[in-house]
Design a protein around this ligand. Structure first.
Ligand code: ADP
Ligand code: ADP
Length: 228
């Protein structure tokens, strides 16, 4: 469970990026985070990862108060959050298999667990046959599926996707959304920041809308609500 209470973020130039945000996301929810450029979506995501701290307010994730986390505890906290980006961020010199297994090496998983888990996750995203390919040999949609595999391989309780379909065509995007739905249905909380109006409107999931740092809308089975 994620709970933000009275979260504000003021950057040095006196920019109020987030203003008194109160938000509760239950385990297993699927939430779209929408809003125009500059609304505060990236700031929200960076706070969830504890890359930045709020100016005031509290964030609690699975009973952990992020403001009380010690520096050495941050890497352990982050293991619990899978992250997917618009630009995939795969390691170009590593094969698909290595990109995914590396995430398990980092948390010092045993070789045995890695050998068991990586093929399973690659098959979940439909990439078993591409295990030995390099990212540069894959289509954009395939690269994003590798990135999803890497994000979930350590079984995070939360998956944050920042514009995951931003570089993909509509058909490929639908495939990525199906995977995100599967991941969500297996119990992972999914938070997806997006400008993809069609996707938000078709999924009928919770929509949280920010505008100039203010939470202006929070709807179950919501729509995108903008014409940008
Ligand atoms: P979004 O992701 O919705 O586009 P951001 O969280 O990036 O929004 O930005 C929210 C506001 O905070 C904007 O006005 C932006 O210019 C400002 N901002 C973001 N990062 C910084 C920073 N490091 N320093 C100063 N202002 C920032
Ligand atoms: P899209 O599905 O986005 O149209 P492409 O047409 O680029 O993607 O790729 C179609 C298939 O060809 C994919 O399975 C991809 O992995 C494979 N492929 C593309 N480029 C290469 C390459 N340089 N070497 C090996 N396989 C490739």
């Amino acid at each position: 469970m994620i709970e933000l209470t009275h979260i504000s973020k003021i950057y040095n130039e006196n920019i109020m990026a987030l203003s008194n945000i109160n938000l509760r996301i239950d385990k297993g929810e699927f939430v779209f985070l929408v809003g125009p450029s500059g609304a505060g979506k990236s700031t929200f995501i960076k706070m969830m990862l504890k890359e930045i701290d709020p100016t005031s307010g509290n964030i609690i994730v699975n009973n952990v108060n992020l403001s009380k986390l010690k520096r050495r505890e941050i890497p352990y906290y982050r293991r619990n959050i899978g992250m997917v980006f618009q630009d995939f961020r795969l390691i170009p010199e590593m094969t698909v298999y290595e990109n995914v297994s590396f995430a398990m090496h980092v948390i010092e998983a045993s070789s045995r667990d890695i050998r068991r888990r990586v093929p399973l996750v690659l098959s979940m995203v439909g990439l078993s046959k591409k295990a030995n390919s390099l990212p540069g040999q894959l289509s954009g949609g395939e690269q994003q599926r590798v990135s999803l595999a890497r994000a979930i391989v350590n079984n995070p309780s939360v998956l944050i996707a920042d514009e995951p379909t931003g570089n993909l065509d509509p058909e490929t995007s639908r495939g990525i959304m199906e995977l995100l739905k599967d991941i969500n249905n297996s119990g992972t909380t999914v938070i997806m920041a997006t400008h993809a109006k069609d996707i938000v409107d078709s999924m009928k999931k919770r929509v949280v809308a920010l505008e100039k740092g203010v939470l202006i809308r929070d709807e179950q089975k919501g729509g995108y609500g903008y014409e940008d």
